[in-house]
Design a protein around this ligand. Structure first.
Ligand SMILES: Nc1ncnc2c1ncn2[C@@H]1O[C@H](COP(=O)(O)OP(=O)(O)O)[C@@H](O)[C@H]1O
Ligand SMILES: [Mg+2]
Length: 257
């Protein structure tokens, strides 16, 4: 069997003595698409942020591509070197709810930035790669535009192109459509669907439950300080077994399968 792209073992995180989650075990195989659902405040963002160490987990361990991330042999919680974090963030791409584009750079500049500063690519090679990633998300014609001139849906597609440019082994999406006008949600979901069809590995935090049903290979429902229920989309979304999952789904009845 293939090595997991990502393995979390007993992962836990607290803020100021308040525990967000603990004992999170998760194994993500190549091509897995895991939708993470849960009420607001259940720790979805914190879990994703731990995976690329924007937050440092304070319990447990993590492996990316079969290799431990952070040194927790002598240090608990684990410690992370700058060099390791730079390498990790190339392998783990993140797309944020608020896009997080650099406003003073063009679209192509945003996509090329990591290639130049992290990968050491020449400006011209990086631009070429940036334009080819922009083509993939349907925005090659916006290469020289500044983000302020784009719609939210276009901004998010640029952010996706930026993540893809680094050839990540796994993509993390944190509510990628939550900041968008309803009319712009579809164009972003269709780019994510296309990435899913290409067999990319992803963790997707979303409230688009119908989308999660069709795109995810597995659902993880967070509640009560950890993974509360997990299984296939049919198991968790159509036949949830536990009360908080049932309640959450009843409150999100707007979706359609
Ligand atoms: N940087 C932080 N400092 C303190 N508390 C935080 C921080 N980030 C998140 N939290 C808290 O952790 C809990 C989980 O937050 P979050 O992961 O953002 O939830 P979700 O994404 O599921 O809405 C919340 O109670 C939130 O207030
Ligand atoms: Mg969140």
């Amino acid at each position: 069997m293939a090595d997991p792209v990502l393995r979390l073992t007993g992962l836990g995180k607290s803020f100021d003595g308040h525990r967000v989650f603990s004992d999170v075990d998760l194994e993500v195989l190549p091509g897995d698409r895991i939708a993470i659902l849960g009420a607001s405040g259940s720790g979805k963002s914190t879990l994703l942020r731990c995976v690329n160490v924007l937050e440092t987990p304070d319990e447990g361990s993590m492996e990316v591509g079969g290799k431990a991330v952070g040194d927790n042999t002598r240090n608990r919680p684990a410690r992370y070197s700058e060099r390791e974090l730079r390498a990790l963030r190339q392998r783990v791409g993140m797309v944020f709810q608020q896009f997080n584009l650099f406003p003073h750079m063009t679209v192509a500049g945003n996509v090329a930035e990591g290639l130049v500063t992290v990968r050491g690519m020449s400006t011209s090679a990086a631009r070429e790669r940036a334009v080819s990633e922009l083509k993939r998300v349907g925005l090659a014609d916006k290469a020289d535009t500044y983000p302020s001139r784009l719609s939210g849906g276009q901004k998010q597609r640029v952010a996706i192109a930026r993540a893809l440019a680094m050839d990540p082994e796994i993509l993390l999406f944190d509510e990628p459509t939550s900041a968008l006008d309803p009319a712009l949600v579809g164009e972003v979901l269709s780019v994510i669907k296309q990435l899913a069809d290409e067999g990319r590995t992803m963790l997707l935090v979303t409230h688009e439950i119908g989308f999660a049903y069709h795109v995810a290979t597995r659902i993880v429902f967070l509640a009560d300080g950890g993974i509360y229920e997990t299984g296939t989309p049919d198991e968790v979304l159509k036949n949830p077994k536990r009360p908080l999952t049932q309640q959450f789904l009843a409150e999100h009845q707007r979706f359609q399968f």
